[in-house]
Design a protein around this ligand. Structure first.
Ligand code: PLP
Ligand code: COI
Length: 361
C-alpha cells in the first residue's frame, strides 16, 4: 500500500542567524527544525492524510490510549553532511524494518517501509539547512507511532499517528570524546524473555530511568543491564549495545536473543570489524568474563554503540564495592579504529562499498 504525502511548507521559518547559532553548538534533542511529517491511521481505512507541514504542538485528548497504556514505538537515525555539501542517511531501510517489527510487538499498525524512507527524504530535503556540518554533528531524525484512540479499554488502539521530527545533534555525551563509566544494575532489569526488549518502545526507556538515576547516584554515566533470569548475562545499556575487545583482537557482543535491541550500529560494527580482520563473536557474555578479564588482561577494551552514542569507549564497569577497568580506562585502539571507520563512512570520507548511505540532498 503506498502512502501519498502532501507538502505544505511552513510560512514562518526560524531566522537564518538564529539557526546558525543553534547549528554552531547543537546539543542533543533540544531544538527541532521548521517542519515535521505526520500520517494518520484508522482501522479499516489504513494510512491516510500524510503530509509534511510546519513543526507545531499538537493537542490530544486526555483519554488517548498512549497516555495510559504506553502504546507507542519510535526510531532514531541520523542525516550526515557530506564533503560536497550534500546530505545522506545511514541505512534508513534498517530503521524502517525495525520500526515495523516494533509496531507489530506493540499491536500498532506498521508504517510501510518505503513510506518511512520517503518521509525521511521529504523532511531532510525540506529542512536541509538544518543539517549541521562538522565532526560528530548531524541531523537526528525521530520517527514515532502512537496510539491516538480515545478510551480506557485495554486493547489495541483503532487509530494511530505516525510522526517524524528532526533535531540538529552534537555528541550525545557532552564535551570532547571521553570514556564513560557504567553502573551494573543489581536490582533492575531492562527486559525479560517474551517481553518487549527487542522493540523500540517508550516503556523500555521509562523503565530504565530509575536504574539510570541509580547509576548517576553512583557517579556513573550509564547503566548496564544483565538478563532477567540468571542476572548473569550481559544485555545492553539503557540506549546502546555493548562490545568487549579481547587481547587477541576478538570482538564479543551479546547475541540477539529477543531481549536486546538489534542495533543498526551494532550490525554495522560487526561487518566493519570482520573486514578489518577481527574475529567477532555474537554469544552469551557472562559479566564475570568482563570483571575477571579486565583484571587479568584478557579483556582489553569495552565500548558502547548506537546511533546517538556512535562508538563510545567504556572506561569502567562499577558495582557495589567493586570496579573493573579494562585497558587502563583509556579509549582503546580497536574502539577508536572502528569509530573512525564508521564515521568515515557516515561522513562520506571513504567509499561506501556496502551501499549503506542513501543520498537525499
Ligand atoms: N539499544 C537500545 C536500547 C537503544 O535505544 C539503541 C538506540 O537506538 C541501541 C541499542 C542502538 O541501536 P542503533 O545502533 O540502531 O541506534
Ligand atoms: C538512539 O541512539 O537513536 C536512541 O534512540 C537512543 C537514545 C539514548 C537517544
Amino acid at each position: 500500500m503506498s502512502v501519498q504525502f502532501s507538502v505544505q511548507p511552513s510560512g514562518t521559518l526560524v531566522d537564518a542567524e538564529v539557526r546558525a547559532d543553534i547549528l554552531a553548538n547543537p546539543a542533543f534533542g533540544r531544538v527541532f527544525t521548521d517542519h515535521m511529517v505526520t500520517a494518520q491511521w484508522q482501522l479499516g481505512e489504513g494510512w491516510h492524510d500524510a503530509r509534511l507541514e510546519a513543526y507545531a504542538s499538537i493537542s490530544i485528548d486526555p483519554a488517548s490510549v498512549v497516555l495510559h497504556y504506553g502504546q507507542t514505538v519510535f526510531e532514531g537515525l541520523k542525516a550526515y553532511r557530506q564533503p560536497d555539501g550534500g546530505v545522506s542517511l545511514f541505512r534508513p531501510e534498517r530503521n524502517a524494518a525495525r520500526m515495523a517489527r516494533s509496531a507489530r510487538r506493540l499491536a500498532l499498525p506498521e508504517f510501510p517501509e518505503d513510506a518511512f524512507v520517503q518521509a525521511l527524504e521529504l523532511l531532510v530535503q525540506q529542512d536541509r539547512d538544518w543539517v549541521p556540518g562538522g565532526e560528530g554533528a548531524s541531523l537526528y531524525l525521530r520517527p514515532f507511532i502512537w496510539a491516538t484512540e480515545v478510551g480506557l479499554g485495554v486493547r489495541p488502539s483503532e487509530s494511530a499517528l505516525f510522526q517524524l521530527i528532526a533535531s540538529p545533534a552534537g555528541n550525545y555525551f557532552s564535551g570532547p570524546l571521553r570514556p564513560v563509566s557504567l553502573w551494573l544494575s543489581q536490582e533492575y532489569t531492562r527486559s525479560a524473555p517474551g517481553g518487549t526488549g527487542a522493540a523500540k518502545c517508550g516503556g523500555n526507556y521509562a523503565s530504565s530511568l530509575v536504574a539510570q538515576a541509580e547509576a548517576a547516584e553512583h557517579g556513573c554515566d550509564q547503566v548496564v543491564f544483565l538478563d532477567a533470569v540468571e542476572h548473569r548475562w550481559l544485555e545492553e545499556l539503557g540506549g546502546m549495545n555493548v562490545f568487549l575487545v579481547l587481547d587477541d583482537g576478538t570482538l564479543v557482543t551479546p547475541e540477539v536473543s529477543g531481549t536486546i535491541l538489534e542495533g543498526i550500529t551494532r550490525d554495522s560494527i560487526i561487518t566493519l570489524a570482520k573486514e578489518l580482520g577481527h574475529h567477532v563473536e555474537e554469544r552469551k557474555v557472562d559479566v564475570d568474563e568482563w570483571r575477571k578479564g579486565a583484571a587479568d588482561g584478557t579483556v582489553v577494551e569495552a565500548f558502547a554503540c548506537g546511533t546517538a552514542a556512535v562508538i563510545t569507549p567504556i572506561g569502567a564497569l562499577r558495582w557495589p564495592g567493586g570496579e573493573a577497568i579494562a585497558g587502563g580506562g583509556e579509549p582503546g585502539a580497536v574502539t577508536m579504529k572502528l569509530r573512525t571507520a564508521l564515521l568515515d563512512l557516515q561522513y562520506g570520507r571513504v567509499e561506501d562499498t556496502h551501499g549503506w548511505m542513501r543520498r537525499v540532498v
